[in-house]
Design a binder for this molecule. Sequence first.
Ligand code: ATP
Ligand code: LTN
Length: 344
Amino acid sequence: MTNTEVNNQGAQEAPARKKRIFSAIQPSGQMTLGNYLGAIRNWVEMQDEFDCVYATANLHAITVRQDPKKLKENTLNLFALLIASGVDPEKSIFFHQSQVAAHAELAWVLGTFTQFGELSRMTQFKDKSARHADNINAGLFTYPSLMAADILLYQADLVPVGEDQKQHLELTRDIAERFNGIYGKTFVVPEPYIKKNAARVRNLLDPSKKMSKSDQNTKSYILMVDEPATIMKKFRSAVTDSEACVRYAEGKDGINNLMEIYSACTGKSYEQIEDEFRGKGYGDFKNAVGEAVVAVLEPIQIRYKELISDKKYLDELARNGAASAERLAKRTIEKVYKKVGLVR
Ligand code: ATP
Ligand code: LTN
């Protein structure tokens, strides 16, 4: 019986269950300003409204070859950076995917409910197998079954997704419905949670592309841990146009991108920004954008440095998070094994 039903019958007033969110980020490199404004900041905001379960997706990261030492370091750094950004282990469950074995267990079972044809159509698989032609491994192919397991294990109602992960979420929904259809209601079928006006940050040197940590040119992106002086320098070399007028318009991708970043960091609207820089040159504008970004990132960097120097504390946070995750995951995996007829 749901809480609402209890309430309708006039029984004790129970608070309505908050919707559950699941999300994860791969520790596959250093986080950029794009990751922060497009994803991480939302993770922090969603904590007040939703019951959030967050993880570093280190099992997904090994679908491309990783140096073991580097992977561990990236995983810990990502964990610390997210906490420094405001992911709060008191409010949310936050852990490393590899700490809860049920992710791998459920992924195996769900893999048997995922068709070869479906996986073959995934654009991420096609892209990544073209980029890593020497290592098109089975894990890269079945990546979406593991992602479905991440989400379905926690009975998540909502999954915040960017454009690139929509197809994987759609497949997750299909797998959940297929399983529920055969065995009766087992999984919540998750909905995409698309945040209105979430920032989409573009590459500083080629604004036709998104800002991406895997870009060859370090000047094309701002890292969350870049020094303030580096951030200022990178913005000064950002591509603009020859009009010398700060306004949001078609064909002004470079300036549009800087306006989007400035707006995301200061809360100012495009009109306010146009007013502020009327009659001023791009040099002034770029400096202001750099300063606004430094103002957002500097406090995070300070907290990050403190956290990263206390590995024991970080380990303890992750272990506690994993223990809470495990309790939720256990219920689902036990139900699944029982329904499928697997001896536990
Ligand atoms: P890669 O360079 O390895 O493709 P990436 O930097 O593009 O990685 P992901 O690790 O794929 O980022 O994405 C992590 C999260 O950050 C996702 O939710 C994604 O939508 C978001 N994100 C990544 N880049 C941007 C961007 N430039 N603007 C807004 N959001 C972004
Ligand atoms: N595939 C995602 C990371 C990811 C994820 C998830 C996101 C792994 N498991 C579950 C949402 C829900 C990516 O590369 N951005």
